[in-house]
Design a protein around this ligand. Sequence first.
Ligand SMILES: NC(=O)c1ccc[n+]([C@@H]2O[C@H](COP(=O)([O-])OP(=O)(O)OC[C@H]3O[C@@H](n4cnc5c(N)ncnc54)[C@H](OP(=O)(O)O)[C@@H]3O)[C@@H](O)[C@H]2O)c1
Length: 485
Amino acid sequence: MSADIGVTGLAVMGANLARNLARNGYTVALHNRSVARTDSLLNSYGHEGNFVRTESLAELVQSLERPRRVLIMVKAGAPVDAVIDELLPLLEEGDIIIDAGNSFYEETRRREAALREKGLHFVGVGVSGGEEGALNGPSIMPGGSRESYQALGPMLEKIAAEYHGEPCCAWVGTDGAGHYVKMVHNGIEYADMQVIGEAYDLMRSLAGLEPAQQAGVFREWNTTDLASYLIEITSAVLEQEDELTGRPLVDVIVDSAGQKGTGRWTAISGLEVGSPVTTIAESVFARSISSQRELRAETSQAFSAGINGVVSAEELYSEQDAQQDFVEDVRKALYASKLVSYAQGFDMLTAAGSEFGWELDLRTIASLWRAGCIIRADLLDTIMKAYEVPQERPKNLLLAPAFTEALNECLPAWRRVVAAAATYGVPAPVFSSSLAYYDSLRRDRLPASLTQGLRDYFGAHTYERVDKPGTFHTRWSEDRSEMEM
Ligand SMILES: NC(=O)c1ccc[n+]([C@@H]2O[C@H](COP(=O)([O-])OP(=O)(O)OC[C@H]3O[C@@H](n4cnc5c(N)ncnc54)[C@H](OP(=O)(O)O)[C@@H]3O)[C@@H](O)[C@H]2O)c1
């Protein structure tokens, strides 16, 4: 039997993608470095569809129809190169290698260029949704050549998540674009989780709302414009009681957040393409600081006198419905911060598009994240609308009328919450930095003029003037006269 596609790397993600392909009617050739995984998959799920068992990559390649499609789902990094090296002598011009793991986009660009020279297609595909998504329908962000998408797209679209009948899969751009878009998705996911954490901390520390009560608050928020998968599962986590102690589970989980690196890549790339993704960077740093547990323990002793203890919402709001008002303020602050983080993420995609020559369609990208992935949210529909008419696409998402209106509506609450956080010593890095981004963007003069003056003073870096063209330098150590360069 000749197979439609081969999958090599059958750990949790590869196995589930292979099953998803088979369940959708494709004949899937299976391969894994250690054959035990292949057999385990066949033993448990072989009945789900047509599979071809192979023991070597040569056998895998031989079993495929042309153009051959080989999907690699191994550990990102060197293993991907090792598999490609082994596949190269086995493949022929026009064949397609697909890397659906979490590879770094620069590596995908390098691999794509090298394989293109050999007449092969290399397609970096961003896949989001974890193991459940891989099996039942992930959000899929393919890069690579347009041509390769003709042979691959229909297959990927068939196994992708669906949103109102539309597949959450579309070609996003050449070479590493797919992995780049997936990386930005993950960066936004970091910020989404961080703002939820900040809201929780503020409501607990300043309004005394216990986790179980907050589960109700988040459930209620999930019926507002915040409706999203992450808000939904926040309720589930907050209402969970620890079996061992009877305490809220969130109180017995170590407060040190892990990371696998995609958030860090996003922040680094933001710096490289000159796009201020402050909310994502703050979220990555917030995880870093959470991991410094010993230092935090020592510091909380050293500076305890300077930190205000838990205060009540009444102190903050001095009205009868203080707690309710504060909770509503926090909801608005969360929404505004989330809008900023999406605006920054999409801005970064625009900058990366110019940098790497990708014609990224932001509306399509928003559409891919509406189902199957972690950041799925109602907000993405509004983002799609903002990009609907090509001639009216906003320079920055915050300038889309729906978002300008929403920010104006949230602004007083957002400022009150950030002020309360600072006054009472509750860290809210993304609430604050997103507000600072908003304030910086809407400011027509920034103190960068002074920065330029200082740079010219100590390093003769020159400056431009607001009133005439040209580049200028002041002779600071001489007579302080200005010269045109
Ligand atoms: N887990 C998730 O939720 C998730 C979500 C999205 C994307 N991803 C990405 O998907 C990819 C796969 O993830 P995973 O969790 O399923 O698996 P993984 O733990 O990242 O990798 C294990 C697989 O890689 C194979 N492998 C490792 N080194 C190899 C080498 N040098 N040559 C050949 N094969 C090698 C292993 O083969 P053996 O069985 O022989 O050891 C096994 O099949 C990764 O890039 C991951 O970041 C994961």
